[in-house]
Design a protein around this ligand. Sequence first.
Ligand SMILES: Cc1cc2nc3c(=O)[nH]c(=O)nc-3n(C[C@H](O)[C@H](O)[C@H](O)COP(=O)(O)OP(=O)(O)OC[C@H]3O[C@@H](n4cnc5c(N)ncnc54)[C@H](O)[C@@H]3O)c2cc1C
Length: 332
Amino acid sequence: MRWKDVAAFLAPHGWALLSGDYGGVGVGGLATAGGIGWLVREHGLTIDHVRAVEMVLADGSIVRADASHHADLFWAVRGAGANFGIVTAFEFEVDEVGPVGFAQLSFDASDLAGFLQAWGDWVVGSPRDLTSFLIVSAGRAGQPPMAHAMAMVDSDDPDTVLARLQPLADAAPLVGQDVRITDYLSVISNAGDASHSAEGEPTARSGLIGRVTPSFAAEAARFIESGATYFFQLRAVGGAVHDVPSDATAFAHRSAEFSVVAFGSNRRHTNDRWNELIAPHSSGAYLSFDTEQGDDAVEAAFPPATLARLRGLKRRFDPENVFRDNANITPA
Ligand SMILES: Cc1cc2nc3c(=O)[nH]c(=O)nc-3n(C[C@H](O)[C@H](O)[C@H](O)COP(=O)(O)OP(=O)(O)OC[C@H]3O[C@@H](n4cnc5c(N)ncnc54)[C@H](O)[C@@H]3O)c2cc1C
């Protein structure tokens, strides 16, 4: 089952379970790793809506894990689920989500560092009803760098939506805009029904950062302009994500404000520049956005205390490391 199917099922009830920005993603991987989606600043991560799971464990047993049954497993499955078993059923608490404002704004980002910082300040300074993702690409053939900001505002009032967007609209020359009142289902129904058929293995790197500081903005601009990435994205992950204590789920990087993702076509080039320019600003990573799967990636995704607890649980629930075809948490 994919997230657009979930959205279609819930929409007639006036409900939504916020997942990501693409309806073609499957439920299982996202709901066991995190889930950074539209309205994340207002409603939190997808894993924060999980109330129980039914899982097949490495020894073949089937268990139900929730706050009072197998509570350790319930903690682990919300952030590191792929390492612990196969979830065959989820119970979620969903949100009431009515009509929303959805904006796509394109900017001439000639002052790339200045724009990155303006966007970051705008997000953090906005009420939680606004969540925004930003995609930036270097200018080609004499063209300026372009920034494409998408934002969802949980309001059906055009004046409120415009008021939220106005500070960003003033940050740089606007070269394209589409703002509409729509619904969550329409936004997430952006995938076809055919099975996934993409080929190739692009490199993707993930980081989690605090505020977009002047030094991060300057280094990110250098990174983008170096050609190390063809797709650079910043996503808001603050607001309600911060309300959950960092030891409440295996996704523990709860103080981050932004997720940073860079796709590259040359692994070494992307990694070298990433390690030089972006990694020093990053205090963690989101497992689902990183194609590196080794120990460094696991240590970036889970802070030391979280990882130690996960390794102990791995020894208890999967001592033979059956579930290892992923960013692997080895048994303690
Ligand atoms: C185009 C695109 C857009 C994306 N956008 C977002 C986004 O906006 N926000 C976001 O948070 N993430 C996003 N992601 C990342 C996405 O969350 C991960 O790729 C996720 O793992 C996909 O889950 P899947 O079930 O489709 O993948 P799969 O490839 O089937 O699985 C990925 C991993 O999850 C494990 N897994 C899958 N199902 C289960 C299950 N039932 N029980 C236990 N483990 C399971 C698999 O074993 C594997 O390790 C995006 C990915 C893509 C390709």
